[in-house]
Design a protein around this ligand. Structure first.
Ligand code: SAM
Ligand code: SF4
Length: 332
């Protein structure tokens, strides 16, 4: 049975946060200090994550599982979870696509292991190619490790690695072209992300958002672009470089919300089911998992939650209310 919300959208993608912790402190995501972490007992076990994922894949035809966080690679034994998820099968016998979003700091050590475990795709976050600025934005001196991690991931056999770059006006917007060039030269799809009001420190302001139109006009002035039609449910609009040197994307969450095509739902690391990054409601799957809930009970809660999915987020409305958890607590 497909999971269809009241606006006719079919859910196909489950984003699973495996931890709220992180080895970075990106300014647009977390404060330098003072985050309150979940107690380990609050975080879902791999068996609990697998149980929810199995239901979503086998019963609801969800064909894409993406691991995120916090920083998913700080969760011990992550490859074991990937092996468990990679063993799931859709009703037609096919394997769900398993993807990971990571800051890349430890990829150089684990890319091969992740690949062997059954991971299909990797997105690496990288906002600057300048060491001093990378340090300022992430509060960690890890640029070389991240670049080496991306190289190692290619070596390990991951193809079309995507590089996510949040663009914040006044912080790194003068690097758009350098980042685009880096993607072209290294066979990577760079995806620029508009800064969203989901940071824990509340530093987001509308004038810090560099819009898709601005980003595309900067890139196309140097490297002519043509739009890749049919974005489908993916969050990024994509362009092809006219000279054939790959593609580039922009995720325009603020300036051009893509909610009408959204096929995503989320499971937080403490087992709360969410239908949108910006949702203000959560549904407590962990309580069912830990109090004898049956698969039908969990499935019913998921169906109910999806039924409440709203048509679109409210960032651009005067009545916009931030969710009470930030990006790393929800799972970006
Ligand atoms: N730690 C991993 C990473 O950074 O890739 C995964 C979790 S992180 C929350 C997922 C994505 O959200 C990253 O690409 C990050 O850059 C992005 N992100 C975090 N805070 C953001 C914000 N306020 N606006 C837009 N994107 C944000
Ligand atoms: Fe950590 Fe990712 Fe947030 Fe940066 S964006 S602080 S790497 S969770």
């Amino acid at each position: 049975m497909d999971l269809i919300d009241q606006h006719g959208r079919v859910v196909r993608d489950l984003r699973i946060s495996v931890t709220d912790r992180c080895n970075f402190r990106c300014t647009y995501c977390m404060p330098a200090e003072g985050m309150t972490w979940l107690d380990r007992s609050e975080v879902l076990t791999f068996e609990e994550i697998e149980r929810v994922s199995r239901l979503c894949v086998e019963r609801f035809g969800i064909n894409s599982l993406r691991l995120t966080g916090g920083e998913p690679t700080v969760r011990a034994h992550l490859p074991r979870l990937i092996t468990q998820l990679a063993a799931l099968r859709l009703a037609d016998g096919s394997k769900p696509d398993i993807a990971l979003t990571t800051n890349g700091a430890t990829l150089r050590n684990i890319a091969g292991e992740l690949r062997d475990a059954g991971l299909d795709r990797i997105n690496v976050s990288l906002d600057s190619l300048r060491a001093d600025r990378f340090l300022a934005m992430t509060r960690r001196d890890e640029l070389d490790n991240v670049l080496a991690g991306i190289a190692e991931a290619k070596e390990a056999g991951f193809s079309l690695i995507k590089v996510n770059a949040v663009v914040e006006r006044g912080a790194n917007d003068d690097e758009i072209l350098d980042m685009a060039r880096y993607g072209r030269d290294n066979g990577l799809e760079v995806r620029f992300i508009e800064f969203m009001p989901l940071d824990a420190s509340n530093i987001w302001e509308r004038n810090k958002v560099v819009t898709q139109d601005e980003i595309v006009s900067v890139i196309s002035a140097e490297f002519p672009l043509e739009i890749v039609p049919a974005r489908g449910a993916a969050p990024a609009d994509r362009w092809r470089y006219v000279d054939g040197k790959g593609t580039v994307g922009v995720i325009p969450s603020v300036s051009k919300p893509f909610c009408a095509d959204c096929d995503r739902v989320r499971l937080t690391s403490d087992g709360q089911f969410r239908t949108c990054l910006f949702a203000t409601d959560e549904f407590d799957i962990r309580a069912l998992l830990r109090n004898g809930g049956t698969d039908d009970d969990i499935a019913n809660l998921i169906v109910h939650a999806v039924g409440t999915k709203w048509a679109g987020h409210q960032i651009n409305q005067v009545n916009f209310i931030r969710p009470n958890r930030s990006m790393s607590q929800i799972g970006g």
